[in-house]
Design a protein around this ligand. Sequence first.
Ligand code: G3H
Length: 191
Amino acid sequence: PRTYYFSRHGESEFNVLGRVGGDADLSCRGRKYAASLARYFNDAGISGLHIWTSEKKRTKQTAQNIKAPKEHLAALNELDAGICEGLSYEEMQDKFPQEFAWRDQDKLRYRYPWGESYMDIMSRLGPVLLELEQEDNILVISHQAILRCILGYFLNKKFEELPYINVPLHTIIKLTTFGYKCKMEVIKLDV
Ligand code: G3H
């Protein structure tokens, strides 16, 4: 068996404001989650634990106090919302109503102008997924859209389902794989 742990970054200042994208710091609650996460992993004493984060401040800050080697991968960065980076969903609907409607109609394939679609994420994650399958006792700290795609891959979800998979904040998702079988546990941490 192989064991994988996944987590979104702790709540960020942009999450608080309901804004997408950017490179914000963790909020106060987010920093509390980072502390709980560090306590969880530092107490668990998992042999050979290592961590991959994205290159964004919020995932690095979430990993900060966990005692384990870390790598920061651009392939784990959040879906690039292009011209909508930094906007709230209301502002998007206001400024770009046609774009907003197109995304709603086909969230999987919709590509933000100068940005990415969920399908684009699946292609940039390809090499990471192949590498991940060879790993064990790894913690991946990334973002909502990226973790939807990674979890969807391991759980054999249809592409169409990926953009809607629920990946809550402040929660560890533990996957244990036995060949093609995969067991999922959800560990909610107090913040
Ligand atoms: O901007 C990135 C969000 O985490 C993805 O959420 O694809 O549901 O808009 P969304």
